[in-house]
Design a protein around this ligand. Structure first.
Ligand SMILES: Cc1ncc(COP(=O)(O)O)c(C=O)c1O
Length: 380
């Protein structure tokens, strides 16, 4: 046992009026979905991001599931998905019968490698799903050009990237649809939660129906129909207003949260740059035209062995770090779709090398000093 205090990878803690708002939600007597706090969150995000419509969902996974339903994805369709991402990005489309086509990532930003995109497009390609890894924008100019040329829809998986920008434009506003996550590991959280950003107005009405179990209940509540009924497929993707109340408390503090996270990120970068250069460790790359969302700080160690040793050594120092995604094409499911070693070499390599440092909304300067001192003393 060590007597140094434990430094967690993540600590989901209220930073504003979250608990007060939960009490208000209960007092309002409307704790199911689409209550006052759900509306406040949607309005705030719509205004801030300039998005046509924002629907809160129970998770980013569910926002992606809704996207696949909205795009009428069906067996025989292909969807291009980065190999280095969470399973939900791909599951949403596979659930509708699509075949995933995995694209490797760039060695610098770990975002999908746009130079490989064109070669993967076929007449069956229905969607491209860029993931803005760590909240650093994908090369959207090139991705949009390929998508437009072939008439393919873009769904952004923006789980990490709320309030990040690519060339001055908010992430989540490039695709017809985008999915956000408010899971407890994200910058803004409601424990579990998400949102579907709808940039193509044509999809908005059906999205409400799909989120409301395939009924036109939202139109009924607005007085647009005199009874509501089953009109489409759908499920229960609408979060309780209690969760929205917590989320609103977080979103209200967005400047404070983002400025704290910006500070953490730059402190890590400045404190570890020389050490990283000396030991062949790669720190994150952020192109100058990308304003990142400050979602995480990761490092790429020279190899798997050193990555594992660093994780274990830091744990002995009371510091909790984690690795990230495994290559999807080499998972059991990915192999079932024909994935073989060597298909996505960059993902295969970075997946072994990546370590994420403690990063959360109440991480202190002292905690960070301790993390960095420990890293600088690590024996290669
Ligand atoms: C890129 C990406 N997409 C989707 C998800 C799923 O998010 P949620 O837990 O909100 O369903 C995650 C989870 O962290 C993720 O990293």
């Amino acid at each position: 046992m060590t007597d140094t205090p434990r430094i967690d990878f993540n600590r989901p803690i209220p930073v504003g009026k979250e608990l007060q708002y939960i009490a208000e939600a209960v007092q309002n007597g409307h704790i199911s979905g689409d209550g006052p706090f759900t509306k406040k969150c949607s309005a705030l995000l719509e205004k801030e991001l300039g998005v046509h419509k924002v629907l809160l969902t129970t998770s980013c996974t569910h926002a992606l599931d809704m996207s696949a339903i909205l795009l009428d994805i069906r067996p025989g369709d292909e969807v291009v998905i980065p190999d280095f991402t969470f399973v939900s990005t791909v599951n949403a489309f596979v659930l509708r019968g699509a075949r995933p086509v995995f694209i490797d990532v760039r060695a610098d930003t770990l975002n999908l490698d746009e130079s490989k995109l064109e070669a993967l497009i076929t007449p069956r390609t229905k969607a491209i799903v860029p993931v803005h890894y760590a909240g650093v924008g994908c090369e959207m100019d090139r991705i949009l050009a390929v998508a437009n040329q072939h008439g393919i829809t873009i769904v952004e998986d923006n789980a990490h990237g709320l309030f990040g920008k690519y060339k001055g434009r908010y992430l989540g506003t490039f695709g017809a649809l985008a999915a956000q996550s408010f899971h407890e590991t994200k910058n803004f959280s409601s424990g579990e939660g998400g949102a579907l950003l709808i940039n193509d107005p044509v999809l908005a009405e059906r999205a409400e129906i799909i989120r409301e179990k395939g009924t036109n209940r939202s139109r009924f509540f607005r007085g647009q129909v005199d009874k509501y009924t089953w009109v489409d497929i759908g499920s229960s993707f609408l979060p309780s207003d209690i969760l929205a109340a917590y989320l609103y408390g977080q979103l209200e503090q967005r400047e404070k949260i983002q400025s704290h996270r910006r500070n953490i990120w730059h402190t890590y970068q400045a404190g570890l740059r020389d050490w990283a250069d000396k030991h062949d460790v790669q720190l994150p790359t952020v192109p100058e035209y990308c304003e990142q969302s400050y979602h995480m700080f990761y490092m790429l160690m020279p190899n798997l062995d050193l990555r594992q040793k660093l994780i274990m050594y830091l744990r002995e120092c009371g510091i909790y770090t984690v690795f990230h995604y495994l290559p999807l094409h080499l998972s059991d499911m990915g192999r079932g779709f024909g994935g073989r070693p060597g298909d996505c070499p960059v993902t295969e390599q970075v997946s072994d090398q990546l370590i994420r440092l403690p990063f959360h909304n109440i991480l202190t300067g002292t905690d960070q000093e301790q993390v960095m001192e420990a890293i600088l003393e690590f024996k290669f």
